[in-house]
Design a protein around this ligand. Sequence first.
Ligand code: GLA
Length: 405
Amino acid sequence: MKRKSICLLTGLLLAALLGCSTGEGIDPSSSEVSVSTEESSSETTSSDPAVETPAASADPAEEITLKEVFAAHGMKVGTCLTTNMISRSLTNQLILDQFNSVTMENSMKPDATLSQKKSKANGSLTVEFNRDAKKMLDWAKENGIAMRGHTLVWYSQTPEWIFHEGFDSKNAFVDREEMLSRMESMIRGTFEQIEELGYGDVIYAYDVVNEAWMENGSMRQNHWSDIIGDDYLWYAFYYANKYAPESIDLYYNDYNEQFKTQTLLDFVNTLVDENGNYLLDGVGFQAHLYTSDSLDQYFKNLEAIASTGLKIQLTELDVCLGKYQAPGKPTEENLKKQGQFYYDLINGLFERVDKGLVKMDALTFWGFSDGMSWRKEYSPLLYDSSIKPKYALYGALQLKDYAGF
Ligand code: GLA
C-alpha cells in the first residue's frame, strides 16, 4: 500500500515537474525524460482505483517542498550545482521547486577562479571567475536563489603554479612573505570580483578554508602550511574578515567532522582577533555520512561545536548506504533505512534549532540525484538516477509515513 502511494507520488511529481518545464534543453534520448514518461503513463493507465481517488491525490507530498519544510525552522535548503543541472529543464525546475540555496560543485574552487595568465601579467595572484561560474551566479541572481561560496584556501583543486616564483611551477617555491601576499590577493580579489560583477547580494556564506585537519588531530600538511607555516589558517580568516562584506558569513568547512570535535573546538578558538572576537561566523559540517553512523554521537559533537556560539551548517550532506568499510547495495531494506536516517537526522536538527541549541540557517545536500553524485555507487541522495523520489526524499520532507519505516 505504502509502496503504491510512493509510485503514485512519483508519477505526480514528475508530471508536475515536466508540466512546469519549458521543454527547452531536454534531450529526448535522456534517461530522465524517458523514465519520467514511462512513470506517468504507467500511473495513468493503472486499473487500480486508488490511483485516481481524490484521497490519494490529496497526499501532502504533492504539496510540500523541501524549501517550505526548512523555512518553517528558519533555514534555507540547498544543493550543489553544475551548469549541466541548470541547462536541463527537468533538473533546473526541480532545483527551483525544492531548493533556495546552491553551492557550485567545482566552479568556484581555486583551480577555476585563478588566472595564471593574468597573474603573470599583473605580478600578483589574480582572480577571474570563468564562464561557468558567471553563468551559475547569473542564474542564482535571476531566480532569487542564495549561494554559498566554495572555497578559498584548500590543499586540493588548487593550481600548483600559485606556490612558485613567477607563477610558474618550474621555478622554486616563493617565501612566506610572498605567499601571504598571494593569499591576501586571492581573497581580496575574490570578494572584489563578487562586488564588481554585481553578485554581492547573491552570496551569503563562504568556505574560507576547506579540510585543514586530520582525524588524529594533526594539521594536514600542504603547500600553504609548508611555505607560510601553521598560522596560514589564521591569516586566511584574517584576510577574509578584512575583505568580505558583512553580509557574507565566513566558514571553516571539513569532513569526518564527527571524529574531529576536540580538534575543531581547539582550532576555532584560535581564530580570534586582538579583542578576542571570532574571525569566522560558522563551522561547515560536510556531512558525508553512512546509514550506519550513530546519530546520537553526531548530535553530541554538533552540540559541542555549537556551544561556541558559532553557526553550524551541514554543507555537503549525502548519506551512503551501509558503512564506510562495507557500503550497502540499493535493496529495498537499505533504501528504507536511508529514508529513516534522513528523517531522524533532519528531525533532530530541527529540534535543536527550534530549542536554540544550534544556530543553523542552512543545510546543503551534495546534489539531489544518485546518478549525479560523486558517491553514486552508494546511492546517497534523495532521488534515484532517474530523478525518481526515494524514501530518502520523504524522510527529508519529514513525511514519516512515506519514509520507509
Ligand atoms: C569535498 C569538497 C567538495 C567536493 C567533494 C567531492 O567534500 O569540499 O567540494 O569536492 O569533496 O565532490
